[in-house]
Design a protein around this ligand. Structure first.
Ligand code: 5GP
Length: 189
């Protein structure tokens, strides 16, 4: 069984981790995105089997019962997200390293499991206020969903020091350049 490395990007929703991960995927052909399974509805132009495996709650719970997840979380009330074992293996079998865009608790769980094979990066937004502005500006969530995301974000910001690296995203270009350097170093180790 092949084993590659794991690069974990965690942060509160709205901190910019998805943009940074997309940037890295363009820069490093040896990286492949871990497509999570989720029970939430697709947003905007998101695609099944590209952004997420969008599945029903029944299908998700069936996979939980059959231990198909390396980690999973009820990230928001009633909405599940999880990393499938088969997804990590699929990527390693292609001879690639896995990059994750995952919530803080899931990220820490993966780090504990894979230890030195994994680099866990926490993306830090300039402030909770900026985070709130970014989330509201997306215009994709209802007011109730937004409130839930704000509360979770506030909690997640406290986990930063449990990660291998805290990457400040005050300016996106700078953050992307720093991320490139970190990943380049980690992959060449
Ligand atoms: P969104 O709904 O904005 O796509 O994602 C909500 C949160 O769930 C984000 O913080 C995202 O990184 C996280 N997430 C996505 N996939 C997974 C996963 O497989 N496991 C866990 N624990 N969190 C995930």
């Amino acid at each position: 069984m092949k084993q590659g490395k794991l690069i974990i990007f965690s942060a509160p929703s709205g901190a910019g981790k998805t943009t940074i991960v997309k940037h890295l995927l363009k820069k490093f052909p040896s990286l492949s995105f871990s497509i999570s399974a989720t029970t939430r509805e697709a947003r905007g132009d998101e695609q099944h089997e590209k952004d997420y495996y969008f599945i029903s709650k029944e299908a998700f719970l069936h996979k939980v019962a059959h231990q198909e997840f390396v980690e999973f979380e009820e990230v928001y009330n009633g909405t599940f997200y999880g990393t499938l074992r088969s997804e990590i293996q699929r990527i390693w079998d292609e001879g690639k390293h896995v990059i994750f865009d995952i919530d803080v608790e899931g990220g820490l769980r993966l780090k504990r499991k894979y230890e030195a094979h994994a680099l866990a990066i926490f993306v830090q937004p300039p402030s909770l206020e900026v985070l709130k502005e970014r989330l509201s500006g997306r215009g994709t969530d209802s007011e109730e969903k937004l409130q839930e995301r704000f509360i979770k974000a506030e909690k997640e910001l406290k986990y930063a020091d449990k990660f291998d690296v805290v990457l400040k995203n005050f300016d996106l270009d700078t953050a992307c350049a720093e991320a490139e350097k970190l990943i380049g170093d980690f992959l060449s180790q």
